[in-house]
Design a protein around this ligand. Structure first.
Ligand code: 3HC
Length: 311
């Protein structure tokens, strides 16, 4: 039965079909999905901090309402993804512990500070824009629950990207000081957004197997290139300059040549040495501890409710 199941798994992958929770799957396939989906979920939860920082300081009620809705969406994306990870036989509590004690990661991009209101625009345009480039192919991931979660997430992501782009468009076409603030945000967020796609393909430990299993549909460098090509025209409409003297159209390749992000910096940030790593994890640990009473109350209610229906 195991041999049959294994060949079924390969046939399902080869036929571009979906693997579902109860299907037989190689242990390594399960493990790498738990790793990626959990870290994706952790990224959504930690990602609420940089922007959440500006909810109370948004420049108008309208901007505050939009930012509030976006940050709440990110929480929902995290819960969606923890639910997808649980279908692989792990508990959400264990995944959260793995984040809090550093055994699992979250995206490097959220370890940078949000210094001005323009950063909220840059995050929406660039970080959510990069997330869209990365997450649209994940809608065709071979693992059913992950692919289906991505379809809902991508719909909300385009609202996130659009609201950020509109913030920057307003600032870039505002006063000189506002234009300078928008340019400063682009200068600080451009390279960390390129790095978000991961190490170069040559240094990517998981890509080969993830692509063979049709979890990853395009390589880190392919998606990074797609992102750069998408942003150049958008920056021109904003009237902002992408901080890269090496950026130029390459007719042969039909794509932009660009300066790569500092991958040594990416490795440092991934290892915990970014500008805000400690702050982000301390904030999460504190929120987790302060929220213990909610979890305990919900569990007590569930136990009481379960016995009540049995009786
Ligand atoms: N930040 C932190 N760690 C990163 C990273 C980054 N930007 N890029 C790569 N890594 C880690 C990988 O997790 C892996 O470490 P691990 O073995 O401990 O997990 C190691 O570096 C080697 O990288 P690989 O390229 O071999 O790893 P993957 O094949 O997993 O590719 C990835 C990395 C492209 C991020 C892939 O995991 C992925 O597509 N994940 C799903 C999308 C995701 O997590 N996005 C994060 C942002 S969420 C977001 O933007 C929400 C939006 O609403 C703002």
């Amino acid at each position: 039965a195991a041999r049959l199941a294994a060949s079924t798994f390969d046939e399902v992958i080869a036929a571009d079909q979906k693997i579902e929770p109860r299907d037989a799957m190689p242990e390594a396939y399960r493990k790498t999905l738990i790793r990626q989906i959990a870290q994706h979920a952790h990224s959504e939860i930690i990602g609420m901090q940089p922007e959440g920082n500006w909810i109370s300081r948004a420049p108008s009620l309208k901007r505050k309402a939009i930012l509030l809705a976006k940050v709440q969406d990110e929480a929902g994306h995290g819960l969606y993804l923890y639910a997808a990870a649980e279908t692989l036989g792990v508990s959400r509590a264990d995944l959260v512990d793995a984040l809090l004690d550093g055994r699992q990661k979250y995206s490097s991009i959220f370890n940078y500070p949000t210094l001005t209101w323009a950063d909220v625009g840059a995050i929406g345009w660039l970080v959510d824009g990069a997330a869209i480039v990365n997450q649209v192919p994940l809608c065709r991931c071979s693992y059913g629950p992950y692919a289906r979660a991505m379809i809902r997430v991508c719909k909300e992501e385009s609202f996130h990207q659009r609201q950020g782009y509109e913030i920057l468009h307003t600032l870039a076409h505002g006063t000189e000081a506002q234009h300078a603030m928008a340019q400063d945000a682009l200068d600080r967020w451009w390279y960390p957004s390129l790095a978000m796609f991961g190490p170069p393909d040559a240094d990517s430990t998981h890509s080969e197997r993830s692509m063979a299993w049709k979890i990853k549909r395009f390589s880190n460098d392919e998606l990074r290139q797609r992102f750069v090509d998408m942003c150049v025209g958008q920056a021109e409409i904003l009237g902002l300059r992408i901080p890269d003297d090496g950026l130029r159209w390459n007719e042969q390749r039909g794509a932009y040549d660009f300066t790569a992000p500092d991958y040594a910096e990416l490795m440092r940030v991934i290892k915990g040495d970014g500008p805000c790593n400690r702050q982000r994890i301390e904030h999460r640990r504190r929120a987790h501890a302060e929220g213990a009473w909610v979890r305990e109350a919900a569990e007590a209610y569930a136990r009481k409710h379960a016995t009540a229906t049995v009786a």
